[in-house]
Ligand binder design. Structure first.
Ligand code: GLC
Length: 558
């Protein structure tokens, strides 16, 4: 296919990398990561092949929800740097061909935000109506509590205000009232501000919660019109900017968040595929490709210009809330049997390598899946070197430990006293002495080298992102085989989720013995028979990617 198309709708085959400035690299030895430290590591991201960096919240914050509780949407937390440092980072990233997006957390503010302080102080405050108040909580006030370990209700009585306010997350995060036009205008102003400073869009936090105006006195006539308005504003300001939305709902409900726009999509540019992620873990746990294959068959095609975003790990609990109780228990049993590894009764606070028992081939296969499945892959920092969690850290912080750069003190993250760091550096067999960037970048057999190679191949195979995909029947329960076709080009990927070697026969409609399947991850090729069959051998946890090629081009691996 024509590569020019990939430069236009750039997000469709982007490589997104999520990081928290606070835990990435500390340049001044105060224990907090900062923009200057991050910028010094720009070439780690560039050589990995990242095309878009997603910054977790870096705004001033009392840090009671790791920065998702904001006191100034226009500021940079002084611990992390200044606006100047931010712009330097964005500019240096651009020089390396990377775009930058950031979290847009506007469902709520911190209760320390000046708007909320003013709002609670008097019913006459100009900010009173920026939040959602009631004299009495509704009868179902406890329904939908997100953090059941901390909260029992969505409504909190405020002594100063003499009323209850809505908070769909923690009680220190009062919900903004998006039914108020002044709030909507301010949200647009915030977006416009950061785009002027160089951002290429936003990861929109908690989108269904943001649009949820049920049970509030003031309602948006149609919340999706509002989302479409935000998108229109964004693209008026910057045509190729994106909204990557956090929507964890069943597929048919998530589809609504892409919007219609005559089939082009006019709301979120990308939605995370939470369902596919959860079924991937069920498939890994069962060593059976079935649940994932089913998700891929069920997953609706997004509107023309929109795309799914795929991931194996994010910064939150690894939620398994969309599995049945029995399925979730299977994943818990396989990957996080101890209560301390589980969170909120629905998720795991572990990273992939420990869940897979450190089995190198299995971990590599899982990332091969991530990069070959249709959707834009999103990596969470540290995945590229196989970092583990630290269960000593509280709750979700277990997976947000400092980045491990070197085998040295604090993993090269900071020269500060370990007690001054935002969280513990992982210790034990996944600690920096064993898992770090500097050793892996020199080792062609490291996980980092493997992931770099996957990124390179993925970028060379836009068919994966743009093509029509089909899950192929192989007759082997443990094998997921899929093909992506566009403009006469075909890419096929085959993954063995089981711990036993297996041979499969692929039936490739439309292909015949005028072509061969050229391996893309190793040297080699596989013949295709006159009736489109190919015999493929896979070792335990093996994975292979192929492109259909004319036999005379096969050796050159074109
Ligand atoms: C989103 C974020 C999560 C945060 C919550 C409240 O779910 O991913 O980290 O705690 O919103 O802002």
């Amino acid at each position: 296919m024509e590569l020019t198309r990939t430069a236009d709708l750039w997000w469709k085959n982007a490589v997104v990398y999520c990081l928290d400035v606070e835990t990435y690299s500390d340049s001044d030895g105060d224990g907090h990561g900062d923009f200057r430290g991050l910028t010094q590591h720009i070439d780690h991201l560039a050589t990995l092949g990242v095309t878009c960096v997603w910054l977790m919240p870096f705004f001033p914050s009392p840090d009671r929800d790791d920065g998702y509780d904001i006191t100034d949407f226009y500021g940079v937390d002084p611990r992390l740097g200044s606006h100047g440092d931010f712009v330097d980072f964005v500019r240096t990233a651009r020089d390396r061909g990377m775009r930058v997006i950031a979290d847009l957390v506007v469902n709520h503010t911190s209760d320390k935000h000046p708007w909320f302080r003013s709002a609670r102080s008097s019913p006459d405050s100009p900010y009173r109506d920026w939040y959602v108040w009631r004299d009495e909580p509704p009868a179902d006030a406890e329904k939908g509590v997100v953090f059941p370990d901390q909260e029992t209700s969505l409504w909190q009585y405020d002594e100063e205000a003499g009323q209850y306010y809505l908070h769909q997350f923690y009680k220190h995060q009062p919900d903004l009232n998006v039914a108020n036009p002044a709030v909507r205008e301010e949200i647009a102003r915030v977006m416009g501000f950061w785009m002027e400073l160089g951002l290429s869009g936003f990861r929109v936090d908690a989108v269904p919660f943001l649009l949820e105006t049920q049970g509030k006195d003031a309602r948006l006539p149609d919340p999706h019109d509002y989302l479409a308005d935000l998108r229109a504003f964004l693209t008026r300001r910057q045509g190729d900017a994106v909204l990557l939305g956090e929507v964890n709902l069943p597929y048919p409900d998530t589809m609504r968040f892409f919007g219609a726009g005559d089939g082009v999509g006019d709301e979120l540019t990308m939605c995370f595929d939470f369902i596919g992620m959860q079924r991937t873990y069920l498939s890994l746990a069962r060593q059976d490709a079935g649940p994932l294959a089913e998700a891929l068959r069920e997953r609706p095609a997004p509107p023309r210009d929109a795309h799914w975003a795929t991931f194996l790990r994010n910064h939150d609990e690894l939620t398994l809330d969309k599995l049945t109780d029995a399925e979730r228990q299977e994943v818990f049993d396989a990957f996080g049997p101890d209560k301390d590894m589980q969170l909120y009764g629905r998720g795991l606070r572990r990273r992939l390598p420990t869940m897979l028992g450190g089995a190198a081939a299995r971990i590599r296969m899982a990332y091969s899946l991530l990069f070959s499945l249709p959707g834009t892959p999103v990596l969470f920092y540290g995945e590229e070197i196989g970092m583990a969690e630290d269960l000593r850290a509280e709750g979700r912080l277990a997976v947000r430990t400092p980045m491990q750069w070197t085998p040295g003190r604090n993993g090269g993250f900071s020269t500060a006293d370990p007690d001054d760091l935002p969280g513990p550096v992982v210790d034990g067999e996944y600690g920096p002495e064993h898992v770090n960037v500097s050793a892996q970048r020199r080792d062609p057999d490291s996980l980092l080298s493997w992931i770099r190679m996957l990124v390179e191949r993925y970028r060379e195979c836009p068919e994966l992102a743009w093509g029509e995909y089909r899950v192929l029947k192989t007759g082997e329960a443990s094998v997921l085989a899929h093909r992506c076709d566009i403009d006469g080009g075909t890419v096929v990927a085959v993954h063995n989720l089981a711990d036993a070697a297996v041979d499969v026969v692929l039936n490739l409609d439309g292909l015949d013995d005028s072509c061969v399947l050229t391996d893309l991850l190793v040297d080699g090729h596989t013949p295709v028979s006159a009736d489109g069959q190919a015999h493929v051998e896979l070792p335990s946890y093996g994975c292979r990617w192929f492109r259909s090629t004319r036999p005379e081009d096969a050796e050159a691996g074109r």
